[in-house]
Design a protein around this ligand. Structure first.
Ligand code: CP3
Length: 343
């Protein structure tokens, strides 16, 4: 079978069966070769900022599994870092930033931003030159709301209460922060496309904690701006939006932002997903824990997605990032299962 550029074909609205596959966080701790390279790099941020090593870990899951897309290895939080916010990653604790105060927002400056992120753009170029032609290269950024939640709280929280409260108490500063992040994130994506990314994904991991008005203001509005800005420069480059946990709001998110494809989390029911798919391509949405469990749970999860969504434009993926405890044999089994299926 010719799998040539199948991710881009699906993003163009075509139905490809079996569907192309990649996994969010596919370069990560579940791979021994990733752990070895990360060790060599020293810290997680050193890995992100060393082009040869970032390119190497981006390519590792492609070599091992032959996924249909590679995603640039980096992190959404290099954007606030390049805006001058202090950032470190602590083993077992995740990212730690210096929390931003309302009064600091107007002083945020993008001077030197692209210079600081040059290693990221270099990594994109290296990956593109080493990647098989048929493998799509995805660039990405965090959505302004999700990046802001970390900038405000200084770390991950279960429900983003600090950022929600900040938005209610300081609406003008919140709008300003989100607008600034939207502008710089759009330029960041444009540079990744210039460096060789074929398509981009906007990760809004915390879209699911917002009420209706806040969803519109904090999640949709900044993404509308990013999409417009990227399309001014690259009207044909597909954009995948992943507003994790958006539930019923997935529909208005697609309509208002005009993203090319929707990344679906695993809580989205297949019937609802099929409705969304009538309006454009979807990506997802296997529960990452089914991949950890393997066996019947995995087989049933795959079969469910293929039977409900395989008849339309689908990129098979997880509903969130792959977990570090995922057995490699389960990933191999999953790929075999998807690729052997014929309708
Ligand atoms: O998908 C990929 O393979 C590309 C690389 C990628 C990473 N982070 C690498 C990473 C991408 C696209 C991200 C996005 C990201 N980063 C998001 C949005 C998607 C999501 O998962 O919700 C968020 C919220 C972050 C912020 C972040 N980075 C957190 C909360 C953590 C700690 C959690 C953890 O798994 O340790 C990170 C660290 C991180 N980013 C790791 C990787 C591979 C693990 C770091 C390590 O090697 O120890």
């Amino acid at each position: 079978m010719n799998r040539s550029r199948s991710v881009l074909e699906v993003l163009g609205g075509k139905t490809v069966f079996p569907p192309p596959v990649w996994l969010m966080r596919q370069a990560g701790r579940y791979l021994p070769e990733y752990r070895a390279t990360r060790e060599r790099a020293g810290s997680f941020l050193d890995l992100c900022y060393t082009p040869e090593l970032a390119a190497e870990v981006t390519l590792q899951p492609i070599r091992r599994f032959g996924f249909d897309a590679a995603i640039l290895f980096s992190d959404i939080l290099v954007v606030p870092h390049a805006l001058g916010r202090k950032l470190r990653f602590e083993e077992g604790r995740g990212p730690l930033l210096e929390p931003i105060a309302a009064g600091e927002i107007e002083r945020l400056s993008s001077a030197g931003f692209h210079e600081r992120l040059r290693p990221v753009y270099e990594a994109v170029g290296i990956v593109r030159s080493e990647l098989p032609r048929e493998t799509t290269l995805l660039g990405f950024c965090g959505a302004p709301w999700t990046v802001a939640t970390y900038m405000i709280a200084g770390h991950g929280t279960p429900d983003q209460a600090p950022a929600r409260l900040f938005g209610y108490r300081h609406p003008a500063e919140m709008d300003r922060l989100l607008a600034g992040l939207a502008e710089i994130s759009a330029e960041y994506l444009v540079r990744q496309i210039e460096a060789g990314a074929d398509a981009v994904q906007i990760f809004d991991s915390w879209a699911g904690v917002l009420d209706e008005e806040s969803f519109e203001r904090f999640c949709v509005r900044p993404v509308v701006h990013i999409v417009a800005r990227v399309r001014e420069r690259y009207p044909m480059v597909p954009i995948i939006g992943f507003p994790r946990g958006a539930g019923e709001f997935y529909r208005s998110y697609r309509q208002k932002t005009g993203v090319t494809a929707l990344g679906l989390d695993w809580m989205v029911p297949a019937s609802f997903a099929a409705g969304l798919q009538k309006e454009g391509p979807v990506q997802g949405n296997l529960d990452p824990l089914r991949l950890v469990a393997g066996g019947k749970a995995l087989g049933e999860g795959i079969a469910h997605i293929l039977s409900k969504l395989g008849g339309g434009p689908l990129i098979f993926n997880l509903g969130h990032g792959i977990l570090p405890e995922t057995p490699i044999s389960h990933v191999e089994w999953m790929l075999g299962e998807i690729r052997r299926t014929e309708r």
